[in-house]
Every structure is written in C-alpha cells, then in structure tokens.
Design a binder for this molecule. Structure first.
Ligand code: 3HC
Length: 712
C-alpha cells in the first residue's frame, strides 16, 4: 500500500488515514491506496466497520489539480474517469459500514469520496463543497449523480454551480452529513461506525431513488438554474455543463447519468476555460512567493493602523482594516472632512447590512474600530500608516516628512498613490527602508487586489510584513516595481488609449462597453470611468502635463478632458460618458453629445469615422495590454507573467475564464499577437512598437508561459 494511505485497526474498526500534505489531494497513488485499503478492510476479520479520515488539518481538498494537465484529450479523461468511477463503486460496495470522518475541508473529489462512503460524520467547523466550477470543470467523480440523491437537486445545483463551501451544520440539514461529532473526531467516527455495524446498516447514495415529485421539483430547479446562469455565467461553459449533468441524473438511471457526467467532465477538462482557471488558481498561490524574499523573512503582525486622508480611498482603506478586526485611526485636516468620510463609511455599511451580509451589531462593532482624528495623536502607537491624501507630489512629500517624525521608527509607511514616485516619499520620510506603496483599488473595501510597490530602498521585512498583512486584510498582495503607474495603471493606460481612439475612429461608447462586457469584464472602460470619476484621471493628466509626461505612448484623446471641463465627472454628477437619471444614479442612457465630440476629435485628427467590428475592439484592446505587459515583464516591474494576470483579474475584473491578459495572449498565440502589433504599427504609427520580449518569444517559438527562462 502507498505511504500516502495508512491502515490500522482501532477498537475493532479499520481506520484508513490519508496523509498527503498539505491538503490530502487525491493524486493517483492516493486513489490507489484508498481502493486497496477499503478492499483490505472488507476482508479483514479484525474490522467490523471502516473509517476514512484525513491526517493533518483537513480531510481531502479534492483531486490533485496538477494531474488534469496530463489529460490532453477527451479520450484521456474518459479512460481515467472510467477507472475512478469503478473505484468509487467498489468503495460503495464495501461489505462493512464505511464512514467518512471530515474535518477541515471535503472539497471536490474529497466530497465525492465521502459521498461514496455509506455515512459521513464531521466536526462542527468542517466545510464541504463542490468547487470544480471555479476551475472550469464539473464534479467528475460522481458528484453530479450522488449529491442530488443525498441533498436534493436544488441544493446540489447551488453547490455545484456556485462552488461555495457549505458549513457542517447546513450540510447536515441538507442530508449530506449524517452526524456532527463533538470532541475527538476519530473517536466519534469509530463509535458511529460501530453503531452502524451493530444495526447492520449500509446506505449507498447511488441506490437512493428519487420520487416523481422529487424529480419534477429537480427539473424545475434545473430550469431556474439555467435561467440564472444566462446572466451570471456569460461566456463560460462549466456552470452550464454542471446543470446538464445534474439534469441527466434526474432523467436517467445512475449508471447512465454517470456516463453523461464523465463525457461533460472530459469536454470541460481539456477546454481553454478550465486551463485558464487552473492557471489562475496556481498563479494566486505563486504570487506570494517573491523571488528574493525568503519564506523565513521576519514579517510583523500588524495590530494597529492609521490612515491619513478620509476621502473615498482613505475611507475604503480604513473599512478594510476594521473589517479585518484591526483598530485604525482615520486622520483628516478638519472635522468637516472627517464627518463626510465617516458618513460615506456609514452609508457603505448600511448597504452591506441591507443585503443581509452584516448585522446592526456587527456594523457598530466594526465602526467602533475606526477612530476619527484631526491630529497625529496616537500615531506613535501604530504598526502601519497608509497615506491616502490627494494625488499631489508636494502634499504627499509633506505628509511623509510629518509621518517620519510622529511614528515609531519600525512603523511601516505606505502610500496609496496610484502613479507617483514612491522613492520621493521615501526620501521625504527620512527612513526610506520603511516606505513602500500599498496601492488599493476602488472601492478599496471591495476590490481584492493590493499592489505592493517596492521602492529602491524598501526593506525585505517591510515587503514580507505587507504580504502577510494583505492576507489578513483578505486581499491578494502582488509585489511590483516602482515604475510610472506601477503595473495595473501602467497597463490600463494602454487599454484606455485604445478605447478612446476606437471611439474617435467610429465605435460608440455603448458598443465598446457592450463588447467588453460580452468578453467577460464586469464593466466596460467608459462605464468604469463614470464610476471611478472622470475628474480623477483628468487631475492626474494635469499633473503629468506639468511635468512633461503622458500616461501611454501614442495620441492622447482630448475628449476626457473636455468632459472634465464641462463638469461631467460621471455617475456622481449625473453625467459623464453617459447621461444618468440623477447624480449618484446608476440608470444610464447614451448621450448624443459624446458622438459629437468624437466627430470633432476625428475631424481634428484628420480621420474619417468608420464602422468598427466588435472583433477589432477586442483585438486592439487585448493586444495593447499584452504588448505593454511584455514590456513590464522584461523591465522587471513584475516578477512573472502570472503576477500580471492576477493583477488584471483582481484589479480590473479581467474575465477569469480567459486567465488574464498574458495567458489570453498565449491562447491566441504570441505570433498572432505580434502580427497584430505590426499591422497596427503600419496602420496607425510607430507608437505601436512591438515589445522586444514579444519579438524574442515569437522568434523562439515560445509563449509567456512555455519556458521558465521568461521569468515564469
Ligand atoms: N490539488 C493540488 N494542489 C492543491 C490542491 C489540489 N486540489 N488544493 C490545494 N493545493 C495546494 C496549493 O496549490 C498550495 O500549494 P503551495 O503551498 O505549493 O502553493 C497548497 O496546496 C496549500 O493550498 P492553499 O495555499 O490554497 O491553502 P489554504 O489553507 O489557503 O486553502 C484550500 C486550502 C481551501 C483547500 C484551498 O487550497 C483550495 O480551495 N483548494 C482547491 C479545492 C478544489 O478546488 N478542489 C477541487 C479540485 S478538482 C476535483 O476535485 C475534481 C473532481 O471532481 C474529480
């Protein structure tokens, strides 16, 4: 038997322990070990029942995701899953009661193994789930067939299409878990298994037959799930495949439903959607591993924080700290500014409460962690200060000079600047080793990305502390270099340049937004600007003009500045790229004025506006992102292509099922991307210069992800 699965007899029960750290993933030897151990226990006269349990902190977190890369064709998958399904049936046919003892997580294949056991017991804090859809696949080890029999189709559909884990108590109410163990899990599971042996009770999920009423209710739930997915799963296949598999299980006998599940799983596992989502799963875990920051670099535990600036960003950052249970001082220059900031925070929490995501008591407790102040009193107690004052170099320098005096020498001093040079603040503070950027994304309390911007002298401890803190704040921290706009906004400038130029050339604001949302973004570039505020970008452009810089190479459209001058800042003023019912409203209608401005801009530039195909919009925008991404990578401002993908997925909602802008470029083929860049250069001008790394990779026949030499 493999070392990953242990077998022993305890109190007359065979205990099978899976020990495959860190999460007991089901790699092929683990599957094999379980199979052999169950067969041994069935034949072992010393065992009256069997318990399957996980070593370490969890039961089984699922199939080993890396193994999916070895499935190159549908046929590979069909062959492998035939083996897995047969194995699970052998388990289910064990001649003695077989009990899964769950602590930590039983996810994906882990829950499917548990479903093939006769009974499931769990600790109070255990969680069970079918998160496969988040990896672009469906439960492929019988989950779409057994789970509806145990929990009903409605719950199975919810769990399998949303992928969210369910707490033990809810799983028990749903019929997935039979018993919650108080105290020692193994002892409780053994006692439970013995009671079932005594009662000679064995229950096979696959033999539970659904009544006609249950089937009909299930089919109604299938129709409702399909209707909901039309809105929520645009451009994705796996959620629909899940519904099809569950439907097959309602309409056909277990064995036939299982074959359908295997076919649908096979289609999903070789799809680009699944490869993209699996790529992001590992990219997200890789991002915390910074090449020159060893794992044992001392990282401080942040216990108290302060935020300077109670505007939209500062308020959102203070909420982020409070939500993580960290007391935070919120400073602004006068009481009026603080009152405005606190009122916004209160409104945000009221919205959360109205959605049922927080109770009134939780809101009060969380708000009590935010202490407003107009002075630096108490700043000598905090472990970190996040500066979120107006985006103005002189003001920020001054703020850092003050922070250098009022904080402890070991306090981390972070700036939320989105564009300015971190090293300037570092010098102003007098202790540059403690200074770095913490670039949050708007709304700061919601968006999961935190760009951790490394200055020239930032110490490794401060980076390690920031990575640890990001996790505590529920953010994905990505370490980036200190270039203009860092990584996210530097690339965004190229995305926006193309959006503006496409408008001038003949596309409409509505068309561009529609095409990008159909591509999978939550909001198009113009809708996004109306939310973020056209004034924000305009003020940054004014500052850049004053220092002789532009955000992106190439022609700069005048239209955003014209809107700014008209006071059309977006949703907050009731007009921007769209017209809104009222200031603050989200109900928008197209505004013919934008078309007029685009005509004027085109005339000024000497171009004839033309109809623009949807495909050209996607091609221009994604090519601009990949070309600039290649520059960012070769200049070393991102450590890996996958860091850029994470930044885009979490910072700007780049569709996860496309894997991020760099992965997406690889799926097109970098030769196609380069050909496009060259074509655009010939059509539009030299500002479409190919990134040298892009040319190099194409010459070598590689992609961003096909060779470790490319920082990947
Ligand atoms: N396969 C391979 N590796 C896995 C894995 C899996 N299913 N789950 C986690 N890991 C690895 C991670 O990559 C990470 O590796 P690293 O240390 O080298 O970076 C390590 O285990 C620890 O994982 P986390 O950093 O994510 O640890 P957390 O404690 O934060 O989270 C977890 C634990 C909640 C279990 C989380 O890892 C998770 O959600 N895992 C994936 C669960 C999942 O999607 N299961 C379904 C798989 S598909 C399937 O089962 C198909 C079936 O139907 C046939």
């Amino acid at each position: 038997m493999s070392d990953l699965v242990r077998y022993e007899i305890k109190d007359g029960v065979a205990v099978i322990t899976i020990d495959n750290p860190p999460v007991n993933a089901l790699s092929p030897p683990v599957w094999e070990g379980i199979d052999q151990a169950v067969a041994r226990a069935s034949a072992d006269p010393a065992a009256e029942a069997i318990v399957l349990i996980g070593a370490g902190t969890t039961f089984i977190a699922g199939a080993d995701i890396k193994v999916f890369d070895t499935l190159k064709t549908r046929e590979d998958s069909m062959t492998r899953s035939a083996g897995t399904h047969a194995l699970l049936k052998r388990m289910e046919d064990a001649s003695k009661p077989l009990v899964a003892a769950i602590h930590g997580n039983a996810l994906g294949g882990g829950l499917e193994v548990a479903q093939a056991c006769h009974f499931r017991v769990a600790t109070k804090d255990a969680k069970v789930g079918q998160p496969e859809v988040l990896l672009g696949i469906i439960p492929g080890a019988g989950g779409t067939q057994r789970l509806p029999r145990l929990a009903g189709a409605k719950i199975a559909l919810e769990m399998c299409t949303e992928g969210k884990p369910v707490a033990a108590a809810n799983a028990q109410a749903a019929g997935i878990i039979d018993h919650i163990v108080d105290g020692d899990l193994l002892a409780g599971a053994i006692a439970f298994a013995k009671s079932k042996a005594k009662a000679r009770e064995i229950r096979k999920a696959r033999e539970i037959s659904l009544t006609d009423a249950q089937k009909n209710a299930g089919l109604e739930a299938v129709a409702a799930a399909r209707a909901a997915l039309k809105k929520t799963a645009k451009g994705m296949n796996a959620p629909h495949a899940v519904v099809n598999a569950i439907e097959a299980g309602l309409q056909r006998p277990f064995d036939e439903g299982s074959v359908r599940e295997r076919e649908l799983f096979a289609e999903c596992v070789v799809s680009t959607e699944s490869k993209a989502l699996r790529h992001l799963f590992f990219a997200e875990r890789e991002v915390a591993k910074v090449p020159d920051i060893p794992k044992d670099t001392p990282a401080k535990d942040v216990k108290r924080a302060a935020v300077v600036g109670a505007g939209t960003m500062g308020g959102g950052i203070a909420m982020t700290y409070a939500n993580a249970g960290i007391p935070v001082l919120l400073k602004d220059v006068d009481q009026a500014a603080l009152d405005r900031g606190l009122a916004t925070i209160r409104r945000n929490y009221d919205v959360t409460m109205s959605k049922g995501k927080m109770t009134a008591e939780q809101v009060e407790k969380t708000m009590a962690l935010i202490t407003p102040t107009t002075s630096y009193d108490g700043f000598d107690q905090v472990d970190i200060v996040v500066e979120a004052v107006f985006e103005n170099m002189d003001l920020k320098r001054l703020t850092f000079a003050e922070l250098g005096k009022v904080t402890r020498p070991d306090a981390v001093l972070a700036s939320n600047s989105s564009t300015l040079d971190i090293d300037e603040f570092a010098r102003a503070s007098g202790r540059p080793r403690q200074v770095l950027g913490h670039h949050f994304f708007s709304p700061a309390n919601v968006m999961k990305l935190l760009e951790i911007v490394r200055g020239r002298e930032t110490s490794k401890d401060v980076i390690a502390t920031s990575l640890k803190l990001a996790k505590k704040l529920g953010k994905v921290g990505v370490v980036v270099g200190n270039c203009f706009g860092f990584v996210a906004n530097r690339m965004l400038a190229y995305y926006m340049r193309e959006a503006y130029l496409l408008l001038e050339e003949g596309a409409s604001v509505e068309q561009i937004d529609r095409v990008l949302t159909e591509f999978g973004l939550p909001v198009g570039p113009y809708g996004m600007q109306d939310i973020a505020g056209i004034d924000v970008g305009a003020r940054i452009r004014q500052y850049l003009k004053s220092i002789g810089k532009t955000r992106a190479e190439g022609p700069q459209s005048d239209i955003p500045d014209q809107l700014f001058e008209m006071g059309r800042y977006g949703q907050k003023t009731g007009a921007g790229w769209y017209k809104y019912d009222a200031p603050g409203s989200r109900n928008r209608t197209p505004d013919p004025l934008i078309e007029q401005l685009a005509e004027q801009a085109a005339a000024k530039r000497g171009i004839r506006r033309r109809p623009i195909a949807d495909e050209e919009i996607i091609a221009r925008i994604t090519t601009a992102l990949a070309n600039e991404g290649a520059r960012v990578l070769e200049e070393g401002y991102a450590a890996r292509a996958s860091d850029i993908d994470i930044i885009y997925a979490y910072g700007f909602g780049f569709p996860r099922h496309r894997g991020g802008p760099m992965f997406y470029a690889d799926t097109l083929g970098l030769d196609t991307v380069l050909t496009r860049v060259q074509e655009y250069r010939a059509r539009f001008g030299d500002y479409w210069e190919p990134a040298p790394l892009l040319e190099k990779l194409v010459a070598e026949g590689r992609g961003f992800y096909s060779d470790a030499a490319v920082n990947v």
